[in-house]
Design a protein around this ligand. Structure first.
Ligand code: GBH
Length: 467
């Protein structure tokens, strides 16, 4: 054998290395994107119902009225998960199914759906992981007090969280309070072009205050879950951090990347882990900074059991002595590869850098990749096959870098692919497909794509390689 053969063989051997024992493999969805049944069993509208019915808000004026009918087809969907070998399922709860009105009276039929779903999952030996808030705020909260503009929203959210933990907690493997602050606040409260619900345009000052109420709501929810749920129920949140990648793997660039992460997370994760807003955030906000108390900051920093990371696209950062902060961003530049979304640049090493930089900055006890995936313009062939080789490439490359993170000892415990199936992709409606299973929206048929077969193999071997 030549040296090159040896090198090739050991590289291959590395790729065949398994993920940690007990590594948890799953898939994720969110209520408004899959459930449909928006007027059934006492559910009241959320801001996404209102927004998607506003003319021009969503591509082709599409909405989640029907979505993928998961509300009715969940037994079929759980059977599909089982066939694929999934070990866990991350779903979200539609708050307005549980509390259809502002009066705090729960709706038993709404709760019952989630009980049935969770029981079905457990019977199939699939761990249920629940997200409490994936952007579909009850419309009553928007109408009454302007949603997260008000402190009341944080308190109402904590009440809802405590209620769910008490009712369902003993059957859950974990709870995520909030999914991605930036998407419902920075994109929902400010007109950035591509609007998200509720589609308003508030001042900087009000946005900052709403951000504060949202992280405060997370902290109060953690406390409510601990107080009302069974002992030992694990709780965290799922955040879309800026997925910083140092332009080169050198100590200066890595230090710059770590500082960029803390600074760019200055209003969300930094206070959750450090109990303080990042000084650069407060300085930039100036007179528009949020108003808060010490007690609120302490609540925001309530200890969590794990951090969920939604990882899609990279943000490159360099060490830059010329910049006042010592770092600066670097654009991907022309010709950079992208998947089927304008923002979805491909940078698989985010799967290594996110766990590493987050661990170096804040040392969370455990990390789950709560979302990772891509849109691909999938279309069935005449034989009803979906050859999404682009998604297989995307997932495979990302999983290899995740393996590196695990191999170097960062505490990554599991991975949820986004998404189990094609679904209502927010402002893009049904025009973008993120599923590993194709959905025919006429018939609601689910067809596993090539990527589902790929992912099943990874789960079966607990490794990317070795097939
Ligand atoms: C996830 O967020 C969501 O949790 C999920 O519901 C959704 O279906 C999935 O992504 C796919 O989109 O326009 O340049 O400002 C993804 C994270 C964060 C990606 C905001 C788009 C906006 C980039 N998203 N980001 S930009």
């Amino acid at each position: 054998m030549t040296d090159l053969d040896h090198a090739a063989e050991s590289t291959t051997a590395r790729l065949f290395c398994p993920y940690p024992r007990d590594f948890l493999w799953g898939a994720a969805t969110a209520a408004y994107q899959v459930e449909g049944a928006v007027n059934e069993d006492g559910r009241s509208p959320s801001v996404w119902d209102t927004f998607s019915h506003r003319s021009g808000a969503v591509a082709f004026d599409q909405n989640g009225d029907r979505a993928t009918e998961h509300y009715h087809r969940y037994p079929e969907d759980v059977a599909l998960m089982k066939r694929l070998g999934l070990q866990s399922y991350r779903f979200s709860v539609s708050w307005s199914r549980i509390f259809p009105e502002a009066n705090g009276v729960p709706n038993p039929k709404g709760l019952d759906f989630y009980k049935r779903l969770v029981d079905e999952l457990r019977a199939a030996d699939i761990q249920p992981w629940m997200t409490l808030f994936h952007w579909d705020l009850p419309q009553w909260a928007e109408d009454r007090f302007g949603g997260w503009e008000s402190r009341d929203c944080a308190h109402m959210f904590a009440d809802y969280a405590g209620y769910m933990a008490a009712e369902l907690g003993d059957r859950l493997s974990g709870v995520f309070t909030i999914n991605e602050f930036m998407c419902f606040l920075d994109k929902g409260y400010v007109d950035t072009g591509e609007l998200f619900a509720p589609g308003k345009n508030v001042s900087k000052r009000i946005l900052n205050q709403a951000r504060h109420h949202a992280v405060y709501g997370h902290g109060l929810a953690v406390q409510a879950i601990r107080a009302s749920g069974p002992a030992g129920l694990k709780v965290g949140l799922a955040e879309n951090i800026p997925n910083i990648v140092p332009i080169l793997e050198t100590p200066e660039h890595i230090a710059a990347a770590r500082e960029a992460l803390r600074e760019l997370s200055g209003m969300y994760l930094t206070p959750i882990f450090e109990g303080k807003y990042h000084p650069a955030y407060l300085e930039d906000a100036g007179d528009d900074a949020p108003i808060f108390t010490d007690d609120e900051m302490a609540a925001i920093a309530s200890p969590i059991d794990f951090l969920g990371l939604n990882l899609y696209a990279p943000t490159y950062v360099r060490h830059d002595p010329a910049s006042p902060r010592g770092w600066s961003g670097v654009n991907c530049g022309p010709g950079y590869p992208r998947m089927d979304m304008p923002w979805l640049a491909v940078g698989p090493s985010i799967m290594y850098w996110a766990p590493r930089l987050v661990s170096e900055a804040w040392n969370p006890p455990a990390i789950y990749i709560t979302e990772n995936g891509c849109a691909n313009p999938d279309r069935p062939t005449q034989d009803n096959e979906i050859m999404d080789v682009g998604r297989v490439m995307y997932l495979q490359e990302h999983l290899i870098h995740l393996h590196r993170a695990a191999a170097e000892g960062y505490p990554v415990k599991g991975y949820f692919v986004w998404s189990l199936m094609d679904n209502f992709e927010w402002a893009c409606g049904y025009t973008k497909r993120f599923g590993i299973c194709y959905v025919n929206y006429e018939t609601q048929e689910r067809i596993p794509k090539l990527s589902a077969e790929f992912y099943s193999g990874v789960i079966a071997r607990n490794a990317v390689g070795g097939g």
